[in-house]
Structures are given as C-alpha cells and as structure tokens.
Design a binder for this molecule. Sequence first.
Ligand SMILES: N[C@@H](CCC(=O)N[C@@H](CS)C(=O)NCC(=O)O)C(=O)O
Length: 243
Amino acid sequence: MKYQLYYWPHIQGRGEFIRLALEEGAAGYVDVARLPEGEGGGRPAVQRLLEQAGDGRTPFAPPILRAGKLLISQTANILQYLGPRLGLAPKAEAARLWAHQLQLTLADLVVEAHDTHHPVAKSLYYEEQKPEALRRAADFKALRVPKFLGYFERVLASNPGGDRFLVGKSLSYVDLSAFQVIAGLLYAFPRTLAGLQGKHPRLMALRRRVMERPRVAAYLASPRRIPFNDRGIFRHYPELDEA
Ligand SMILES: N[C@@H](CCC(=O)N[C@@H](CS)C(=O)NCC(=O)O)C(=O)O
C-alpha cells in the first residue's frame, strides 16, 4: 500500500502527526502537496481535494490520507486507521479506545496551543489580536500546560505496561504524537517549558526516546522534516513566552 498524504506543504502542522507515524512505520507514502505544482503538488493539490465532492465524503480540512479507495481526514481518525496497519497500535479493543482517547486529548492541547497566537480569529493576523493573545498565552502557560503535561505524566506513571510508553508495552502512534506536541511546546514556549521539565521526567524521557528511534531520528535529520516556523501551529513569539 502506498499512501498519499495531503497537507499544507510549508508547515509541520497537524500533518506532522501523520508524517511521524508513516515514517516510524516505514510506510511508502507521497507527501503530495510537497511535490512541485507542475507535478500535481503544492497547495492546489490540497484545495482540489477539499473542493471536489468525490464519493460524497469530501473532507473539511487537511490532513487527509488517501489509502487505496479510502479518503480519510481528522488527524486522530487517520491515526486510528494507520496505527494497526503500521504496528503502532495495541491489539485489544479497550487499549485501542484508550489510545484514541489519549490522541484526542493531545488534539485538544494542540488547539489550545494554536489559540495562544490566534485567540480571536484564524482569519486575522497575529498582530491584529496581540492583546488577546497575551492574555490567552498567560492562562495557557499558568494553568493549561501544567494541567495537560501533569495528566500525561500521570498516564505514563500508571501505565500497566510500564512508564516507557503511554499505552501498553510498546510504541504507539500516541507516543509519536506526544513527542511532537512536546517538541512544539519546547519551540514555542522554551522559557515556560524550562520551568516545567523537572516536574515531568517520564514525559521528557519519552520525548528523548522517541526522537532517538532510528527511523524517527533519520526523518528529523532529513529535508522531509519541515522546520518549525511562524506559520504553523506552534509559533515562537518571545512576548508570549515571557513571565
Ligand atoms: N480536527 C481537525 C482539524 C483540522 C484543521 O484544523 N486543519 C487545518 C490545518 S492544521 C486547516 O487547514 N483548517 C482549515 C479550516 O479550519 O478552515 C484535525 O485534527 O485534523
């Protein structure tokens, strides 16, 4: 199976959760929008998919995965599909639901991280909503980041399979996504995270373990990994990270 990923070509964004799973799972895939426009890539490739009704199941937003005849969107939904096929999900139904539940909780955190720089409207520039962003970021740093990170630290500590993974005894797509979220927070809020790292030793160790896995490490060092930037979900605006 050769998968086709459709996601905006210049950011990690939510596409990165899918890329990480495909890379760690050694899946064959094409990151379609990163091909030149002349070869059917670029943003138009994504836009075409969002405009065409296709089989009547047109997705609302990327990331979108084409897998044979299937067209799947919603990040957690795509990962729920890919996980078992790439050896990145537990077998039992209860454990799969738990993995999905954790993934959706990470998705909630991703939305809140995005909303620190766009608390009023996606359609406005950051500069047009800066006072609101400062207020939102202050709350995010003081209350929400500690609450989310504390939760995932507890999940690791209480995992019956051990504290090396969030679910069961082996790596799942949830661990890859947790790595990505922590990497994003470290990029966007380095000062805040510096003050919190010591309280979350298991989570920080998980991040290191994931980034040292051979396939993940090779991916992170490759040009396929788009650097964090000021167009993505995790953005570093120093004023939002100040105390
Ligand atoms: N809940 C969706 C959110 C998808 C989403 O917001 N995609 C962004 C890019 S990361 C987008 O292009 N949204 C367009 C829009 O909301 O109008 C998911 O997890 O995949």
